[in-house]
Design a protein around this ligand. Structure first.
Ligand code: NAD
Ligand code: LMR
Length: 343
């Protein structure tokens, strides 16, 4: 196995893998922010995917080493390296799925919204590249604040005339992964067998785990349900605090890579024609009055096939739903206002 190190960008040439891989059941996946804390373990997990034909690693620098390392793993996915803005085109051209963990992470004491000033511009630039080089790709945004970066992505795609809400996702899988892990702890069930829908958004009170719809059903008093809900809402901060003493600090990377690999795999399975694939994600939605809302979505070959109605909420969850509205709306508006005003 070998990797290709692209330093020339598109430069008027046609990328050798320009044709879409769809139809073969194998796809081209571009990972933007691939040399980072999430990017590297996520690339390791995706290198093992039977659904991936080519894995394009893009970052501002340092993708060659990551790609060289991964290319020695004896699995079928071909790994290519694309470093620097001039290489964005070759990373994206012909991509079927684009996963974006590019941007700065939180340090202790910060909220996700504190990342807006840096990450909003990064997401806007990268999504403009998606609009230009692979407008039909599915796009999965990990970069925080997700509640705002997804609306930014939607506006950039709209401005380029290529927006399809069925193909734009904010990745909230980590909230579900955590909820499953914590419910498994509380019930003694195998984590693999636990399901918990998590709705709303991806920050603090906007993260609303529906413990009343969890399977198996944890038997919790109101106080215990409140405490478990709060732990899921604050789990990102729990990791940020625990990593405070690490050099450079930062937020969840390994659990996020696991979660993103699960989400990406579900996207590729649905693209390959598998039916009944359901993942929670933060998407354009008519379920509530919020224009973007996370909930379980059913994926099909063309993206979101259906957004099922929400299950009945418990009184505690109804209170949580009401409590998130103001923050969710203001994060969405902040994203919507940013994109066009500064393009
Ligand atoms: P990191 O700093 O370790 O890695 C980020 C990478 O992005 C770096 O390699 C950096 O070079 C790269 N990057 C920066 N600007 C770029 C650009 N313009 N183009 C391409 N790459 C660029 O950070 P991390 O820990 O990997 O976290 C990345 C992001 O993911 C953060 O915003 C973090 O808050 C977010 N995050 C989201 C979730 C979620 O559940 N959605 C979970 C964890 C982290
Ligand atoms: C998480 O939930 O772990 C991420 O959103 C990162 C963070 O800042 O908490």
């Amino acid at each position: 196995a070998h990797f290709v190190h692209d330093t020339q960008g598109l430069a008027g040439s046609v990328h050798p893998e320009a044709t879409s891989a769809s139809g073969s059941g194998k796809f081209n996946v571009a990972l933007l922010g691939a040399a980072g804390g999430i990017g590297q373990p996520l690339a390791l997990l995706l290198k093992q995917s039977a659904y991936i034909k080519e894995l394009r690693l893009y970052d501002v620098a340092n993708t060659a080493g990551v790609a060289a390392d991964l290319s020695h793993i004896a699995t079928g996915a071909r790994v290519t390296a694309h470093s620097g803005a001039e290489a964005l085109g070759t990373a994206l051209f012909g991509a079927d799925l684009v996963v974006v963990p590019a941007g700065v992470p939180r340090k202790p004491g910060m909220t996700r919204d504190d990342l807006f000033n840096i990450n909003a511009g990064i997401v806007r630039t990268l999504v403009a590249g998606v609009a230009r080089y692979c407008p039909a790709a599915w796009l999965a945004i990990i970069s925080n604040p997700v509640n705002s970066t997804v609306p930014i992505a939607a506006e950039v795609l709209k401005a380029a005339g290529v927006y399809d809400p069925a193909r734009l996702f904010g990745v909230t899988t980590l909230d579900v992964v955590r909820a499953r892990a914590f419910v498994a702890e509380a019930t003694g069930a195998a984590p693999e067998a636990v399901t918990v829908p998590v709705i709303g958004g991806h920050a603090g009170v906007t993260i609303l785990p529906l413990l009343s719809a969890a399977v198996p059903q944890p038997r919790l008093s109101e106080a215990e349900a409140k405490a478990l809900m709060a732990r899921i809402q604050d789990a990102g901060t729990e990791v940020v605090k625990a990593k405070a003493c690490l050099a450079g600090a930062g937020s969840a990377t390994l659990s996020m890579a696991y979660a993103a690999a699960e989400f990406a795999t579900s996207c590729l399975r649905a693209k390959a024609g598998e039916r009944g694939v359901v993942e929670c994600a933060y998407v354009a939605s008519n379920l509530t009055s919020s224009p973007f809302f996370a909930s379980p979505v059913e994926l099909g070959p063309g993206g979101i096939a259906r957004i099922p109605p929400l299950p009945r909420l418990s009184p505690l969850e109804q209170a949580g739903f009401a409590a998130m509205q103001e923050e969710l709306a203001s994060s969405i508006n902040k994203g919507l206002e940013f994109a066009p005003s500064t393009m």
